[in-house]
Design a protein around this ligand. Structure first.
Ligand code: HAM
Length: 418
């Protein structure tokens, strides 16, 4: 029978890779906790409306990339392509804003987009993200960018770029879009087919195009930063001032518009040259309209998400090795079948009384094979059991790093192992 393969664009995370995932996730939790963010977990699927309304009907995500299907009851269901809209749904539904000032949440999970798979781009991928809800002030924009920056730094990633832009408020965008559409229309013959289509459906996204035909037109496009109204400008100036005070470097980039429709004011993206064409490993921004668009009361918010697979690609390129430490500290090595019962007693003693992670051979292999295993596992101790050890209720304790061994009565084991 043919072997069944996994779905294109999905990846098994194998035991040999799990260390780096655990390290990345632990760092997410540590940093989030340091900034006072609590974890939230929402379902993997939602009513399609959550994303169609939340992310925006004219975005690539909603138009082309969602895994949408009817369930057996005829309801349109979508595997979440991102977390923000679903999280806002959950905050509204569970009334999480009732008694608090700012609500600070973080999440780690898997997300689904039907994109063309390539390096750093999958159909099931993972994100770590945070959302800071209910403050309209630039302090909260700065807080999430600082948090993202602390996170990246604590993973040991150094050479990356933070691109920053402001999309202003509704008034700004209305004014700017008129100018932009006029400009794009006057150059329409030079644009790629995708961008031509977007001029009428989602003109801001033309600025985000990577198509070589579009680059010259994008370069000459009017900058949204020249159209910010007083409020938007004040907000953005303060965000920049706070980042300057925190010595966070950023590049102002008026073509940064992001692929989701809910943004206003501050938007940002983290980029690394180590990633190839999918070079953004994180991004986010402010979204003040999403709550009301999903039926809640007007609530300002700001957040970001990082792609975990892309962080791993960067760490592997940097050769950050987090997999050196072993999970197993001790291996118990019975030399013959008749010592297995005693070996199980020794293993239990190590695990239960001494809190030592312990592995025992279950394939009745030779001493040599078992010792090779101890080496592969990077264990600190091997506890060998032969005839003499068995009859004297003892073990031969090998200190694997120091390459020495001692014959020890079992009740004294505690004094030798830490
Ligand atoms: P996003 O830019 O669509 O934003 O995704 C954030 C990150 O997820 C990207 O920078 C990238 O690292 C990773 N990512 C996205 N798509 C893929 C894919 N197909 N394969 C691998 N990695 C991918 C959002 O999702 C927003 N919800 C972020 C946000 C939170 N804005 C405000 N709060």
């Amino acid at each position: 029978m043919a072997v069944i393969q996994s779905i294109r664009g999905t990846k098994d995370i194998l035991p040999e890779e799990i260390k780096i995932w655990q390290y990345i996730e632990k760092t997410c939790r540590d940093i989030s906790q340091k900034y006072g963010y609590s974890e939230i977990r929402t379902p993997i699927f939602e009513k399609t409306e959550v994303f169609a309304r939340g992310v925006g009907a004219e975005t690539d995500i909603v138009n082309k990339e969602m895994y949408t299907f009817s369930d057996r009851g005829g309801e349109s269901i979508t595997l979440r392509p991102e977390q923000t809209a679903a999280l806002v749904r959950a905050v509204i539904q569970n009334n999480l804003l009732a008694n608090t000032g700012a609500l600070r949440l973080f999440y780690i999970g898997s997300y689904f987009r039907y994109e063309r798979p390539q390096k750093g781009r999958l159909r099931e991928f993972h994100q770590y993200g945070v959302e800071c809800i209910s403050s309209s002030f630039p302090e909260s924009d700065a807080e999430v960018i600082l948090l993202a920056n602390s996170y990246i730094k604590s993973l040991g990633i150094k050479n990356y770029k933070l691109r920053l832009n402001s999309l202003g408020n509704d008034l700004t965008r209305k004014k700017y879009l008129e100018v932009l559409v006029k400009y794009l229309n006057s150059n329409i013959s030079k644009l790629s087919q995708d961008s031509k289509n977007r001029v009428s459906t989602n003109p801001l996204r033309v600025l985000d195009s990577k198509h070589p035909d579009d680059s010259e037109i994008i370069l000459g496009a009017p900058s949204i930063l020249d159209y910010l109204d007083t409020d938007s400008l004040e907000h953005f100036e303060l965000v920049k001032k706070y980042l300057d005070a925190a010595k966070i470097e950023y590049i102002l980039d008026s073509t940064l518009v992001r692929g989701l429709d809910y943004y206003c004011n501050t938007v940002f993206e983290f980029q690394s040259d180590l990633l190839g064409s999918q070079d953004a490993f994180g991004g986010g921004g402010r979204y003040n309209k999403l709550f009301s668009e999903l039926g809640g009361k007007d609530t300002p918010a700001v957040g970001f998400a990082m792609g975990i697979e892309r962080l791993i690609l960067i760490l592997s390129a940097l050769k950050e090795n987090t997999t050196k430490n072993s999970d197993i500290s001790a291996v118990v090595v019975p030399m013959e079948e008749k010592y297995y019962e005693y070996a199980l007693v020794v293993a239990s003693k190590l695990r239960d009384e001494m809190n030592i992670s312990t592995q025992i051979d279950i394939s009745r292999r030779s001493l040599k094979a078992q010792m090779r295993d101890a080496d592969r596992l990077n264990a600190k101790y091997a506890l060998i059991i032969g005839e003499e050890e068995f009859t004297n209720n003892s073990i031969m304790l090998k200190f694997l790093e120091e390459k020495r061994q001692e014959f020890i009565p079992l009740e004294q084991l505690k004094n030798y192992i830490s």
